[in-house]
Design a protein around this ligand. Sequence first.
Ligand SMILES: C[S@@+](CC[C@H](N)C(=O)[O-])C[C@H]1O[C@@H](n2cnc3c(N)ncnc32)[C@H](O)[C@@H]1O
Length: 506
Amino acid sequence: MSADDPALGAEDYESLPYTSMPYAQTQPSRLAAIATLHGMAPPPVETASVLELGCASGGNLIPLAARFPQARFVGIDLGRKHVEEAALRIRDLALSNIEIRQGDIAELRVSEKFDYIICHGVFSWTPRAVQDAVFGICRETLSESGVALVSFNVLPGWRMRSAIRDLCLRHTAGEAAPSRRVVMARELLDDIAALASAGEPYGLLLRKEAQRIAHRPASYIMGEFMSAENTPFYFTDFDEQASRCGLAYLADADLDAAVPQTLSAPFLQRLSAYAGGDGSAREQYADYFTGRPFRSALLVNAEAPRSGFDSERLRLLHLSGDLRSVAHGSSFDDARGRAVRGKDPSVLQALSRLAAANPATLSFEEVIDDVGGESAVRLCEALGLLVKLGQIGASSVRLRVGGGDAAYPRAWELARLEAASGQPFVTSLAHAPVLVKQITGWMLYHLDGRMDRSGLEAALADALRSGEVRVPEMKQEGDGNVEHIAAAYVDRALRHLATKALLIKS
Ligand SMILES: C[S@@+](CC[C@H](N)C(=O)[O-])C[C@H]1O[C@@H](n2cnc3c(N)ncnc32)[C@H](O)[C@@H]1O
């Protein structure tokens, strides 16, 4: 197989606009936190070596290189255009700790070791030779206590989606151009979303799936529903394949999805009984009962010492919580509006400290006063459960961020440059994409730490007057009110950027 082989589908990705972006769940500080919670001592992220297989134009890897200048990053992708785009971005950012090479995973020979390996959105969508090579590379190059993330489509959850895939493939079989095939598939999906029967389970399933896909980018529709390769796996098959290569499954990067909310507590307990104490079988039963379509599996060397999930090890990590206080701090809702369990005063105190610090992280010492006492043990257990449920976050790296009230507010350099490039999203310090409107992009670019709030307000008022930046209020209220409009925007934007982890702590 070579870079010219059309069966790979890499050309499909290249001929359609592909948005290469950061994925928070793939960041090494998260992988390291999950490994730590499973008894491992993973390499420090700040000085780690990181490999990404199938990195596209580096939307995930380049922000990590910008964030961790002492760490080293290597990306591999088959697509020439992706690699050229990445090279331009790396040059513009003047990064010297990252290299993105064009190459075929199946033919890759790497002699170096890597502490973290990321292979996201590649495994299920490539031929068997590439899948074998992904396991082989992880086995050969993962450092002793390193962690790899390999994501893939999952059975039986994907069975339900495969009816749509079959239909899209059949419907567009006579058309060669990927962009035209996506247009045809979208028309078909629109019909299904509007016309499929909502009165019986199969029709409803098709309708819901078509509605889910309708607004996804062309590259997603092509990649999932019309690419040459899309092989979903049973968890146990993936696990067996990995273990034959000397790798062991540790956990899912998306801990939230690993503790299915859709299963009641008694049902969850039954899973263990059905599985007879076999961890792999338990995961498999969970997939049958939840219909989960996707996994981000963390793999480690089979010999690496490790344990089950140990909440006590939260003491070694940094915690975060995007939480909203309800009823004056007597309970909290998480970012998805789910109620957070915990009535114990020490848990409530911890949650309220995390909520106040968000998006910055706090150490265990910072969330509880009495770190040695009985209540600390109970708190570890309670917070461990919330980490498993995805209601609070754990990271091996401390995150400090600026608030919107700094005298001379400053945005993260990478986000400033991303905003200036005109891309629709920027990368936060928490490695998440944040959509930015034109005016927010303008603000970000001007937050270089040299202007105070009144300077920013005056500069924005000028930009509004000249038409460089447009907002609907200018039409409604007219030029007379421009200072007022600018001041309100500066205030709102600074608060917004602070909550999204885009400002630097001075
Ligand atoms: C769906 S994209 C995922 C990109 C990125 N990892 C992400 O999650 O956004 C798949 C990428 O894998 C690359 N790819 C496919 N087959 C490959 C191979 N054999 N060797 C290297 N890269 C490959 C494609 O060029 C494409 O950029």
